[in-house]
Design a protein around this ligand. Structure first.
Ligand code: MG
Ligand code: ZN
Length: 224
């Protein structure tokens, strides 16, 4: 019982910090997007693809959550975008990011950005519970993971604004029911915007980028 109470307090504290952070980001005209999904679902590849499409028009930045390495942060840095790395094995809760961590990392970024991408820790469980002060939540799965992830990890997908099914070009090589996934989404989160894309091949990345821009405008951010 004690344990349950403690975890509720941690979440409550995080929610307060996240709401404060969201107000701050909104005021500063920073559109914050949180990318969540399993290790290997393609978060870094998707973020990189979007950066290439949007970097001429917007000032972009990335907060990279990684348990132990700088591998993804280095990939992003090659795109000449400011990136702040959070290695969670040195902070405590290795398996998710918190709003407090985001505040620290944002200070380290050192540049004013218009769109801030957050790559969360590859994990389908607890990142769903931790609001980071984002304006848009993206939950990813991919063809190679199998078609059961949405039904097996409902909180991750129930709370998403956008669900991405990545690596779609590999569909014919896997026993993956698109119909089943559509049913799961209709049952768990019928309001989610859904993209079936392939970040590596670039398939439908332009549509995804256009959607992010549309959301930026709808949320009344201005282009900087
Ligand atoms: Mg990654
Ligand atoms: Zn965790």
């Amino acid at each position: 019982l004690k344990k349950i109470k403690l975890s509720a307090n941690i979440l409550e504290e995080n929610d307060l910090a996240a709401n404060k952070a969201r107000k701050y980001f909104t005021k500063q005209n920073i559109f914050v997007i949180n990318f969540m999904g399993s290790p290997g679902s393609g978060k870094t590849t998707l973020i990189s693809g979007i950066i290439k499409l949007l970097k001429k028009k917007y000032s972009l930045g990335v907060i990279e959550g990684d348990v132990a390495t700088a591998k993804d942060a280095e990939k992003i840095a090659k795109l000449k975008i400011p990136v702040a790395l959070l290695n969670t094995d040195q902070i405590g809760n290795a398996c998710h990011l918190t709003s407090k961590m985001i505040r620290k990392a944002y200070k380290k970024l050192g540049e004013k950005v218009n769109i801030l991408f957050i790559e969360n820790i590859g994990n389908l469980v607890c990142p769903a519970e931790f609001d980071l002060g984002e304006h848009l939540r993206i939950s990813m799965t991919s063809i190679t993971e199998g078609d059961d992830k949405i039904s097996k990890y409902p909180p991750m997908f129930m709370k998403a604004d956008v669900i991405v099914v990545n690596k779609f070009d590999l569909l014919r090589h896997f026993d993956f029911s698109v119909k089943g996934v559509k049913k799961d989404i209709a049952r768990l989160n019928p309001k989610a915007k859904v993209f079936y894309l392939d970040a590596t091949a670039g398939k439908d990345l332009d549509k995804f980028a256009a959607y992010l821009e549309e959301r930026l405008i709808n949320l009344q951010f201005t282009i900087e």
